[in-house]
Structures are given as structure tokens and as C-alpha cells.
Design a protein around this ligand. Structure first.
Ligand code: FAD
Length: 517
């Protein structure tokens, strides 16, 4: 029996020297490459429990490597899974079964399933969908736990708004591992454990093996998808100000999920000037009464129609999204079945290095924020910087997200936009420090009035835990009075800490920004 024989239990353990080791010891983000003693591929909840118990009992061979981490899709933005100090990676990606559980009256999804696996199984089999992210290959283990959102979220809410139960392998005080199922109906410690998985973030409490979702929404049969772009050269400062103001005001005023406009989702891709274009993607449900078409037309009139530069097709990829079919007609709204549109947007991008930051916005941009974005994107600051893959993405937000059906650990429930600062480069690029510096400076300048970060306050509402940013723990980059924990969790943090003390008393699950016991 050789090591890759599926009947050989050793096949599930990948150690240095195994040809699979280099691929399995790194993240999707090529910045994060670990040197664990082994990566264990976990194939069932019981195997997760046993593998966790065994890993906890083992003595580290190298005192510098002590962490046990969990991986689902491997898309973590920071080194929480693949850091230098990692001893064991428990990889649940082989667990991706999807079924209906009649006893719990809920769809059961194993934690290693990716977004695309979920979309392409839940919809064809059951006609329902999770309102999750546009990225194909993001795994549920991290995605759900952070509150996962996507193009259906203004219509249907966050993924966690449908979570009914979660199964987790946890480590007791005596070091033994056990499997626990916590549901929304539980009280006390179990109820707390469930709640902590509705926004508390991955890698904090145990190894999640299965999720159950109740009353999942039916996605639209068809959608209208628009992708367009403007030439950067056509923009003067005031045109840029008009664009971001129009986008913000449109979503400030469209917050009713019962309307077509309230379900319209858009992403404004404010790329660096070296990209050549600024892009816009938008999707709305196409219904029989024409409301979807009207909403898209009104949106385009309110944003594209309000600015001087003229739009056309998008030619270049922007961040995670490829250019949508660069034909002249691509700028026009196109009708597609929902699943086809979801596939068209797929949004994983290639495996490369990246650094990210985020912000929740309660209001449209103020003048200082606009001027800072213009200066850094347009090369008035950082004048020699060039990178087609440096951008600020502004996602529409709110509407159904701001009407949660029950109490969750996601506290940002009255924002109208969510920002994602992104910069990409290839591994071994000697300009890596410049890429990271550009992102840091751009972000600090945008939120200069509040210590360089989007504090929980009147205009902004902190940061998205699923877009983690280690700089939030560094006083050089976070000069506000609010800690990283407040920025992610607001008032939920103290309860999350109680859950941590109860369910991970040995602090087995830890990383740079894990919930502190
Ligand atoms: C290209 C790209 C596009 C994205 N698009 C979106 C989007 O549209 N919407 C959105 O909301 N987010 C988006 N994200 C962010 C994404 O939701 C997070 O990065 C998420 O944490 C990834 O989950 P993962 O399982 O793939 O990652 P992993 O790296 O496997 O895990 C991320 C974190 O969760 C923990 N974790 C993973 N699995 C488990 C488990 N089974 N039990 C316990 N802890 C676990 C890990 O330990 C780690 O701390 C995107 C990310 C990328 C890279």
C-alpha cells in the first residue's frame, strides 16, 4: 500500500518530503507558507475529533512551532492558518457533502465545501442558495463564521442569518477532544457557542465540521448583470468626487429589501491610475413586472449618468474580478440565469500575494476621504508607484443585511457600504514593501480624522473580521483609541471572550487576532 492509496490511513497525513507538502502547507495567498510537522486531511467529523485530540497530546518537535490550525478553503488574508509558528494544519477540505437533514429541518453542509460547491449543489438539488461571496474557492469554514456576504445579501441578508446549527470539535480542559452540536434554540453555554459562530470569526473555538442552514432563500431565476468602465484619463478630481458621492448616495437612499433597488448589489472598482480604467459591476433580480430592469436603469442613470466621463466596456481585470466579456455589448445589462451569472463573476483571481484592509461605512464619503482616495489612486501621493492590481473596492451594503432575523455576532447592521482595500503582486516581487506601504498609507490617509482606521462611530463602523488586517493591532497603523477587537466585534467582544473561556479553555485555537480568553 503506498502513501497516496485512499485505503491507507497514512494517506491523510502529509509530512515534509511528501510531494503534496509544498502545495498543502501554503495558503491561497502566496505570502503565507508554513512548515508544519504535518498537514492532516480530515474526512469525517469523528476523524476531526480524533485528529484534534491526537494533535493536542503530541509534544512539538520544534519549540518555535506550537500552533494547531484549521483550514477549509485556505483563503485567509493573514497568516492565521499558515504562519511560521504552525505545528499542525487540520485541513477539512475533503469534507464537502451537502444534504437535507429532515430531523433538523435544515440543509446540512460540511465545513470543507467551497462557495461554488455550495451554489452548484444547493441550487440544482433544492432550488435554494446561501447569500455568500462571489469567490468560487472560498471555503465555508472561514466564510460562514465571519458572517459571509455576497451579491444576494442586500436582497437576502448574510449567510449567518440562516445558520441554524453548527457542529464543532472542541478541546476540554482535560485535553480531550469532543464533538458538540450547538443550535439556535439552545440556551446557556451551547447557545453561546452557536452565537459565537454567527460572526465570531474562524480559528477561535474549535474545528467546525458541519453547518445546518434553515429557511434558505430562493435566488432569482434570472438576473441582469452589468459590467462597465470609465477611462482613468477622463477623470479630474471633481469627476472622481461626483462618482463616489453618487454611488454612496444611491445606496444610502435604497435600503428597502422589498424593492428591486433594495436588492441591487454593486461593486465600484476604484483602481490605481496605472490600471487605466475604473470599473463598475452590478446585479439585480430580473422579475416579471419590469422592476429589476427599471432599478438597473435608475442605478446607471444615478451613477454613470451623473458624471462627466463616458463609460464603455471593461477591458482589464480588477482585483478578484476578471473583465466581463470585453465586447461592446458587455457594458449593457445582460440577462443570465442566476447560477450562470454567479459563475461568470467567479472572482477568485489567480493565486498570488495580497494585502487587504476593510471599512464599514454608515454614510456616503466626506470630502477628506474622497480627496485622500483621489490622491493615492491618482498618484498625487506615492508618485512613483505603479500597480494595475492596486484598488479600493466599494461594495453596496445594508438593506436585508440591516434587518437581521435574530441576534448574531455580526454587529455592523446599519452600514450602507463596505470597503475593501486590495493590492496584489507576485511572489518574489522585489517591490513587495512598496505594495504594502501603498495600501497602508492609502488607508491611513482615508481615515486620517479617526486615527488612521474606520472607528466605530458616526460615519464609519469598524472593520470586517473576514478581511483580517494584522496592522489593526499595531499602534503605528491604528492610532485610534479602539483596539482591533472593538473594530471587528464592537460590543460583542466580551461575550465572545466568555465563549472562548468556556469552549477553548486551553487556548488551543489561536492566532494574531484570535479571541482572547
Ligand atoms: C479571492 C477572495 C474573495 C473573497 N470574497 C469574499 C466575499 O465576496 N464575501 C465575503 O464575505 N468574504 C470574501 N472573502 C473573504 C473570505 O470570506 C475569508 O477569507 C474566509 O475566512 C475564507 O475562508 P476559508 O475557509 O477559505 O479560509 P481558511 O484560510 O481556510 O480559513 C480562514 C479562517 O477561518 C478558520 N477556519 C477555516 N475553516 C475552519 C473550520 N472548519 N473550523 C474552524 N475554523 C476554521 C481558519 O483557521 C482561519 O482562521 C474573499 C476572500 C478571497 C481570498
Amino acid at each position: 500500500m503506498n502513501a497516496s492509496d485512499p485505503l491507507n490511513p497514512a494517506a491523510a497525513v502529509v509530512r515534509p518530503g511528501d510531494k503534496r507538502y509544498p502545495a498543502l502547507s501554503r495558503g491561497f495567498n502566496q505570502r503565507w507558507i508554513a512548515e508544519p510537522e504535518y498537514v492532516r486531511l480530515v474526512r469525517s467529523p469523528e476523524e476531526a475529533r480524533a485528529a484534534l485530540g491526537r494533535a493536542v497530546r503530541e509534544e512539538p518537535a520544534d519549540p518555535r512551532r506550537t500552533r494547531i490550525t484549521v483550514r477549509s478553503g485556505g483563503h485567509c488574508y493573514e497568516d492565521f492558518v499558515c504562519g511560521d509558528d504552525v505545528r499542525v494544519i487540520l485541513d477539512v477540505s475533503p469534507m464537502c457533502a451537502i444534504s437535507y437533514d429532515a430531523e433538523l429541518a435544515a440543509h446540512r453542509v460540511e465545513a470543507g465545501a467551497t462557495n461554488w460547491h455550495v451554489y452548484s449543489h444547493l441550487y440544482p438539488l433544492y432550488g435554494v442558495a446561501l447569500p455568500g461571496g462571489s469567490c468560487y474557492s472560498v471555503g465555508l469554514g472561514g466564510h460562514i463564521t465571519g458572517g459571509g456576504f455576497g451579491l444576494l445579501s442586500r436582497r437576502d441578508g448574510l449567510t449567518v442569518d440562516y445558520l441554524y446549527a453548527v457542529e464543532v470539535a472542541v478541546v476540554r480542559e482535560d485535553g480531550e477532544a469532543e464533538l458538540v452540536v450547538a443550535t439556535r434554540d439552545d440556551d446557556g453555554d451551547l447557545g453561546d457557542l452557536f452565537w459565537a459562530h454567527t460572526g465570531g470569526g474562524g480559528g477561535n473555538f474549535g474545528v467546525i465540521t458541519r453547518f445546518w442552514f434553515r429557511d434558505l432563500p430562493e435566488p432569482p431565476e434570472r438576473v441582469l448583470l452589468t459590467g462597465l468602465a470609465w477611462e482613468w484619463d477622463d477623470f479630474a478630481r471633481e469627476d472622481f468626487a461626483d462618482l463616489v458621492t453618487a454611488f454612496g448616495e444611491y445606496f444610502r437612499d435604497r435600503q428597502d429589501p422589498a424593492t428591486a433597488a433594495g436588492g441591487l448589489f454593486a461593486m465600484l472598482k476604484l483602481t490605481h491610475v496605472s490600471n487605466g480604467q475604473i470599473g463598475l459591476l452590478a446585479q439585480v433580480e430580473l422579475d416579471d413586472d419590469g422592476a429589476g430592469e427599471e432599478a438597473m436603469a435608475e442605478f446607471l442613470a444615478a451613477v454613470d449618468g451623473r458624471i462627466r466621463p463616458e463609460s464603455g466596456p471593461m477591458f482589464a481585470p480588477m482585483g478578484e474580478h476578471a473583465a466581463l466579456a470585453p465586447a461592446a455589448s458587455a457594458a449593457l445589462p445582460r440577462v443570465m440565469p442566476w447560477l450562470t451569472a454567479t459563475q461568470a463573476l467567479n472572482a477568485s483571481g489567480e493565486n498570488r500575494c495580497g494585502k487587504y484592509k476593510s471599512a464599514y461605512l454608515r454614510r456616503p464619503f466626506d470630502r477628506d476621504q474622497i480627496d485622500a482616495m483621489w490622491a493615492y489612486l491618482g498618484n498625487e501621493e506615492f508618485t512613483s508607484y505603479e500597480n494595475k492590481e492596486a484598488l479600493i473596492q466599494i461594495d453596496s451594503y445594508g438593506s436585508a443585511i440591516n434587518r437581521p432575523p435574530f441576534d448574531t455576532a455580526v454587529r455592523q447592521r446599519d452600514s450602507i457600504m463596505k470597503m475593501q482595500y486590495q493590492v496584489y503582486w507576485t511572489r518574489h516581487d522585489p517591490d513587495e514593501p512598496a505594495h504594502i506601504a501603498w495600501l497602508r498609507e492609502t488607508y491611513r490617509a482615508t481615515f486620517a480624522a479617526t486615527g488612521g482606521v474606520p472607528v466605530v462611530g458616526d460615519r464609519t463602523d469598524g472593520c470586517y473580521v473576514s478581511y483580517p488586517d494584522a496592522d489593526l493591532s499595531d499602534p503605528e497603523w491604528n492610532a485610534s483609541a479602539q483596539s482591533w477587537a472593538t473594530l471587528y466585534y464592537k460590543d460583542a467582544y466580551e461575550r465572545l471572550r466568555r465563549v472562548k473561556r468556556r469552549w477553548d479553555p486551553l487556548n488551543v485555537f489561536r492566532h494574531h487576532q484570535s479571541v482572547e480568553p
